[in-house]
Ligand binder design. Structure first.
Ligand SMILES: *Cc1c(COP(=O)(O)O)cnc(C)c1O
Length: 446
């Protein structure tokens, strides 16, 4: 076959171009995912295609648990369902020992369907309709109270049950420079948290057994967690002093960063995201030193993003290439922001799957939608891409399979590659029939 014309290009002997920090910015080619050739995956399952690696999930899980349990004796992870609630993903997490963390009636039901015992479901979120709150409290789930109105509902439910209901108290707090997430739970700094606690105890219907705080997401500075747990420990002391109560658990929420690159940042992703070790050190030391040995609370972790992001890849195919007026090569891919919601925040890595010469050129990567904002990468140096080429976009495991849109195109297959190297579908590609199953016509159009 005749090779396509390539502009002359002078290479350094090491290849690639050093970035500002001295790292090499050359393009790596990714011909296979977890040992299976991309072409084979596409032939069998179509394009676009989400691919998850069981091996990576297991490795990340082990890394998290080891980092924390080496420093603290009572550690439990609860898998954040909204990060990725595909059954195959949740059940992999549960097999590895994770509980479930849910924020809606829908997710609560999903966790039950996945066989999670209610006592191992952490139920958070600002909106818990009466019926599901009642069910969760009756089931004995770990419900973290978000507002006074939720407290009043819980008191009615406890009165109906004829016994006290156990709940955790969700708090939020200022952490210096970091923009505080202040809309969830009760503010700790202005006294609202203590006020809510007093009110709950005075009502005589609710037992407060734990504290919860989720300080944000993609937190790059582990020290914020040190400040968070220091404040939580302080609150525990006050509660102990004033009411003689010991908290059974401290839930520090999620928020650890994944190895993805936030838009507009320079550092390579691997250099930016702290290791679980760094978060663990910030969290565990203060807790271990803050309580008497017999009073050590269970430490709950709700890490979502950092656990699953790197396990997910998106294989997509070049549908067309055009030269834009600015001289850039515009590439239309068969997957866009409809499948990759996180493209609004991240500059994902993009790997060609075949060698196409060595001179990278500037590309814009568009999705297939009829909207100008459907852009996967605004500018990226890649070898000449041609129609029909595949590229692998990653990491994409967090939040895309829950926030994806059914817009203009149907959602594609999702497969998982098991530790044994075999692939299996974990969500089938959608069809128009599936999509319209819930639709009805008014009688006058029948
Ligand atoms: C979303 C969420 C998580 C997971 O957050 P990540 O940033 O993905 O780790 C954990 N806990 C609560 C309460 C959440 O809302």
């Amino acid at each position: 076959m005749k090779k396509p014309y390539e502009k002359p290009f002078i290479h350094r002997s090491r290849g690639g171009v050093a970035n500002k920090f001295g790292g090499l910015a050359h393009t790596r080619v990714m011909p296979a995912v977890e040992g299976i050739p991309v072409a084979e995956l596409v032939e069998k399952y179509g394009s676009p295609l989400f691919v998850f690696s069981e091996k990576v999930i297991r490795a990340k899980h082990a890394e998290l648990i080891q980092a924390f349990s080496r420093r603290y004796p009572k550690v439990q992870h609860a898998w954040s369902y909204k990060t990725n609630y595909l059954k195959g993903i949740c059940r992999t997490m549960h097999c590895l020992g994770s509980w479930a963390e849910v924020v809606s009636a829908m997710e609560y039901e999903m966790a039950l369907n996945n066989g999670v015992a209610p006592a191992r479901i952490v139920f958070n979120g600002p909106y818990k309709p009466y019926d599901i709150l009642k069910r969760a409290l009756q089931d004995g789930a770990m419900v973290n109270m978000d507002s006074m109105d939720e407290l009043y509902d819980a008191e009615r439910i406890a009165a109906d049950m004829g016994q006290k209901a156990a709940m955790g108290l969700r708090v939020n707090m200022g952490l210096g420079s970091h923009a505080a997430w202040d809309r969830f739970g009760f503010n700790l700094d202005d006294g609202s948290a203590m006020q809510a606690l007093k009110r709950a105890l005075a009502g005589g219907k609710i037992r407060i057994i734990g504290l919860h705080a989720h300080i944000g997401t993609f937190i790059l500075d582990p020290d914020l967690y040190r400040r968070q747990v220091t404040k939580l420990i302080q609150l525990c002391r006050t509660i102990q002093d004033e009411f003689g109560l010991n908290m059974e658990y401290l839930d520090i929420g999620g928020g650890f960063a994944s190895r993805n690159r936030l838009k507009g940042t320079y550092l390579s992703t691997a250099d930016m995201a702290p290791a679980f070790e760094a978060y663990a050190e910030a969290v565990c030391d203060p807790i271990l030193n803050g309580f008497a040995v017999q009073d050590l609370p269970l430490l709950l972790l709700e890490s979502g993003r950092a656990m699953i992001d790197e396990a997910g890849s998106l294989i997509t195919t070049v549908a067309a290439v055009k030269r834009l007026t600015g001289g850039l090569r515009g590439v239309v891919l068969d997957a866009g922001v409809n499948l990759l919601f996180t493209a609004f925040w991240y500059d994902h890595e993009v790997f060609p799957t075949v060698e196409r010469g060595r001179s990278p050129v500037e590309h814009v990567l568009y999705g297939p939608l009829c909207m100008q904002i459907d852009v996967i990468r605004e500018q990226i140096k890649l070898p000449h891409l041609e129609k029909g080429d595949q590229v692998v976009i990653r990491p994409v495991g967090a939040y895309n399979n829950t926030q994806w849109l059914q817009f203009i195109h149907l959602r594609p297959n999702v497969v998982m590659i098991g530790e044994n190297g075999t692939a299996a579908v974990i969500r089938k590609a959608e069809s128009v029939e599936y999509l319209q199953e819930q639709e009805c016509l008014p009688p006058w159009l029948e």
